[in-house]
Design a protein around this ligand. Structure first.
Ligand code: IPM
Ligand code: MG
Length: 362
């Protein structure tokens, strides 16, 4: 398995270093044949070399079996980078260029995290849901887009929320297939009451359920209602499938259940090619967190759990993936806590010490 590591900006390098150590553990101890290559990426790289990402890195991205991504720079920092250069090395280009439309964001409550959650234990207990976020279409990519000056001299910002039938279909099919490997239930989330693209989403979701997956439990839900259901009764969800923008919002909302975005991994997959191989991008969902970057206090578990998803989806090693997930649980059960998941008054460990705790548990 050729793994390309793009640690990027902010806390990206710190957390990714721990995830790479964990991945290498599997190379050394579990007979997993991996080749890890690291490449500079992002705003730090632009500062040093005048480019967010050299074109040769793009070749390596397309060549890799799996990409482990750290984080991309903050909006404020990015202001310094010319827009064209920024687009060349943007996370969105990566997602679109690899056509990784199926973004999985698992949210699983571990007993050890209960104290750190802002929700009551009776709400969080047993939460185990998977958000499937459509990742390569919708508001993030729709055209026309831009900021234009109107005849009266004031400006207007425009984005377009658009979805083709094919884009909706493949996201829904992915979600239904995933549900068959889990608790057999899909919630499809849209704003069909207001948006045409949402009405089309709902129609196609219903048809795919009826015609292809009648064995899987199914419901439609409006996105605003979904936001409150995630807070009131998150246990009701198994697979939640939604568009790119709602998926962005709702995955953060679901992250609040755990108490910290620092815990949350993700995997983004393309459709399989002729050899059945999916292109795959693995990234923690927390972002670059410039406020705590460079201090060695960020939580590496989002990145480490992304490695578990890599073992499952790119290496086809479900036992190793489960082994790693258990090791994370064990490290937490033994009391290892980074600052973001420590209960009030509880001592916190460093990024590196959390990596050590997981490797010791492995
Ligand atoms: C995420 C992030 C990204 C997104 C940002 C960093 C572009 O918030 O992966 O959820 O909006 O998709
Ligand atoms: Mg987000």
């Amino acid at each position: 398995m050729k793994v390309l590591v793009l640690a990027g900006d902010g806390i990206g390098p710190e957390v990714t270093a721990e995830a790479v150590r964990v991945l290498e553990w599997f190379g050394q101890n579990r007979d997993l044949d991996i080749r890890v290559t690291e490449r500079d990426f992002g705003i730090a790289n632009w500062r040093k070399h005048g480019t967010m990402m050299p074109e040769e890195t793009w070749q390596q991205i397309q060549d890799a079996d799996a990409i482990l991504f750290g984080a991309t720079g903050s909006l404020e920092q990015a202001g310094a980078v010319p827009p064209e250069e920024r687009r060349k090395g943007s996370l969105l280009r990566l997602r679109k260029g690899l056509d990784v439309f199926a973004n999985m964001r698992p949210v699983k409550m571990l007993p050890a995290l209960s104290e750190g959650s802002p929700y009551k234990p009776r709400v969080t207990e047993g939460v185990d849901l998977m958000i499937v976020r459509e990742l390569t279409a919708g508001t993030y990519f729709g055209t026309p887009r831009g900021i234009e000056t109107l005849p009266d001299g004031t400006r207007r910002g425009v984005n377009t929320h658009s979805y083709t039938e094919a884009e909706i279909r493949r996201a829904l099919r992915f979600a239904f297939e995933l549900a068959r490997t889990r608790r057999q239930h899909v919630t499809s989330v849209d704003k069909a009451n207001v948006m045409e693209a949402g009405a089309l989403w709902r129609e196609i979701a219903g048809t795919i359920h009826r015609e292809e997956f009648p064995d899987v439990g199914f419901e439609h839900m409006l996105a605003d209602n979904c936001a409150i259901q995630l807070a009131r009764n998150p246990r009701r969800f198994d697979v939640l499938v939604t568009d790119n923008l709602f998926g962005d919002l709702l995955s953060d909302a679901a992250g609040a259940i755990i108490g910290s975005l620092g815990m949350l991994p993700s995997a983004s997959l393309s459709e399989p090619d002729a050899d059945g191989r999916r292109r795959a991008l693995y990234e923690p969902i927390h972002g670059s967190a410039p406020d705590i970057a460079g201090q060695g206090i960020a939580n590496p578990l989002g990145s480490i759990l992304s490695v578990a998803m890599m073992l499952r989806w790119s290496a086809n090693r479900p036992e190793d993936a489960a082994h790693l997930e258990r090791a994370v649980e064990a490290a937490l059960a033994k009391g290892a806590r980074t600052a973001d998941i420590a209960a009030p008054g509880e001592a916190a460990v460093s990024t590196k010490a959390m990596g050590d705790a997981v490797i010791a548990a492995l």
